[in-house]
Design a protein around this ligand. Structure first.
Ligand code: HAM
Length: 507
């Protein structure tokens, strides 16, 4: 369709212009965060905004993949980064694998997710975060958690709450059930639905992914039904006969024929018992979601629950060690709660996970998210396994929280002085004067529109510029500046150094 010149081009929905006052407030927040990251020895790095989509397909999980800005350019499948951890790990693998461990990295920049825009939820937003690579265990976990809290303390942001969990408990339980990996991922990404709406709501979402779940259990179809009744060796025998009868060459699959038959038999048999295992998973998940509150009490209740299911207590020992280490960081313990049903949208986590909320938990009040991911370096092609953990803040959300708490004001930062050439012949002198004032450290505007003195004074008033310097031939001859204080109207003839002092001393 031909475009009319008068057609106004609108900005893309969910992507915002950030005007100067707000931008400067954001820069000030970022400067404080970067200072805090550096005080813990983190080194800044930059990574590209555009990555190969495959970087996220490998481990980020359905939740993020469904929100990717994904496109094909010159036959390459690319995307706008939806977060920065995967990019930082790719950059580590590309450039830093020979570095001494641990490697501490920090970053800030725009990320993109196709979401429903609302207050505090944008399609382009800014993340600032850190990644600590090459250290497993509570010392590293506690450093990351403490840094996430302390940087908010440095901003003077009160009333935040840290919620800590551990993905190891649930993932070990689901592994034990040998669920199909799609079903496992589905459950992990729907914990919030389970928590807020109950198991029935989770089941309602399942048929699209697993239509067979709609069928009542006794009516298992054909092969699955027959195998459900057999013991293990008979099942293997039946699968082997079946494969032979189909003339399938078992040597050509890269695994031993024995292994192939065992895996196939186990898989077919498992599918036959999906519903009871799903119910078990939902019951365990519901129990886990109830374990939330003060750490000491939750850890005790969790021990009872896990012992009842004969599950390893290792994740609980890890959490206990993290809490003990955190006591050395001078953090307010009442800010921290334990929530063993906590889940994150990203699938690469392997250990402790955490989120920081402002006020009560809710999506747009989530200021920060992070956790441990010990498999990501290998998954993304690293030479050897390198454990990692980190976190990222959403800067726009921090800014909103600080505004709500009146910790920052969004107001434009005016220049401190406006320099006006009294006549066109004096513009060279006026420029030199403006330059001298800038060299002395002031923010200086120069009149480039050639306005009259009266119009310039009106402009200075409107822009809240507190001082005006009028550069005319008399001042040039005397080697002095004519300085006008815009709030009192007082004018003085001063040497440059005195004028600077007067401007700096005036509040
Ligand atoms: P995430 O929780 O997905 O974690 O994002 C981090 C933060 O970005 C959130 O806590 C939230 O403040 C902010 N955020 C998320 N979505 C939006 C949105 N649509 N609009 C505005 N802000 C948003 C990660 O991205 C992980 N890479 C964090 C990490 C680093 N884990 C380990 N290392």
């Amino acid at each position: 369709m031909p475009v009319k010149l008068s057609d106004r081009l609108e900005k893309v929905r969910g992507m915002n212009d950030v005007l100067s006052a707000e931008y400067e407030a954001g820069e000030a927040i970022l400067a404080t965060l970067k200072h805090s990251f550096k005080s813990f020895g983190y080194h800044p790095l930059g990574v590209p905004v555009v990555e190969h989509t495959d970087l996220y397909l490998r481990k980020a999980g359905e939740d993020i993949i469904s929100r990717l800005y994904d496109f094909t350019f010159q036959s390459r499948r690319l995307c706008l980064r939806p977060e920065m951890t995967a990019s930082v790990i790719r950059a580590y693998i590309d450039n830093l694998q020979a570095s001494a461990l641990p490697v501490r990295l920090c970053y800030a920049g725009p990320v993109f997710r196709y979401e429903k825009p609302q207050r505090g939820r944008h399609r382009q937003f800014t993340q600032a975060g850190v990644e600590l690579l090459g250290a497993a265990g509570p010392l590293a976990d506690a450093e990351i958690i403490a840094l996430a809290c302390k940087s908010l303390d440095a901003l003077g942001l009160p009333d935040y709450k840290l919620v800590l969990g551990h993905v190891g408990i649930l993932s070990r339980f689901l592994e034990g059930l040998q669920l199909d990996s799609r079903l496992r991922d589905f459950l992990l990404t729907n914990i919030e639905v389970l928590r807020t709406q109950g198991p029935a709501a989770v089941c309602d979402r399942l048929p699209v992914l697993f239509p067979s779940l709609n069928q009542p259990e006794p009516q298992l179809p054909g092969l699955e039904g027959a195998l459900a009744e057999l013991d293990e060796s008979s099942t293997r025998g039946m699968v082997l006969d079946l494969l032979k009868s189909m003339d399938i060459e078992l040597d050509s699959f890269g695994r031993s024929p024995d292994e192939i038959v065992s895996r196939l038999a186990a898989k077919i048999k498992r599918r036959g018992h999906l519903r009871p295992r799903l119910d078990q998973a939902l019951t365990f998940l519901s129990d886990l979601c109830r374990l939330t509150g003060a750490p000491a009490q939750v850890l005790q209740e969790a021990e009872n629950l896990l012992a009842g299911y004969h599950l390893s207590l290792e994740p609980l020992h890890e959490l206990r060690a993290i809490f003990e280490t955190l006591t050395n960081y001078d953090l307010d313990p009442s800010r921290i709660t334990l929530d063993l049903g906590l889940s994150r949208g990203l699938q690469y986590y392997t250990g402790m996970i955490f989120e920081i909320y402002h006020d009560s938990p809710g999506e747009e009040s989530q200021l920060c998210g992070g956790g441990r991911y010990d498999d990501l370096v290998l998954t993304l092609g690293g030479r050897k396994s390198v454990p990692g953990c980190g976190f990222a803040y959403g800067l726009e959300r921090i800014q909103l929280a600080m505004l709500d708490q009146q910790r920052i004001k969004i107001e434009p930062q005016a220049a401190q002085v406006l320099v006006i050439p009294v006549g066109s012949a004096e513009s060279g002198y006026a420029i030199r004067t403006a330059e001298a004032l800038r060299k002395a450290g002031l923010r200086v505007e120069f009149d480039v529109r050639g306005r009259s003195v009266t119009n310039n004074l009106q402009y200075a008033n409107g822009q809240h510029i507190p001082f005006v310097v009028m550069a005319g031939s008399d001042e040039l001859a005397a080697g002095l500046l004519r300085l006008k204080n815009m709030s009192t109207g007082a004018e003085q003839h001063l040497a440059l150094a005195d004028a600077v002092e007067t401007i700096l001393d005036t509040k």
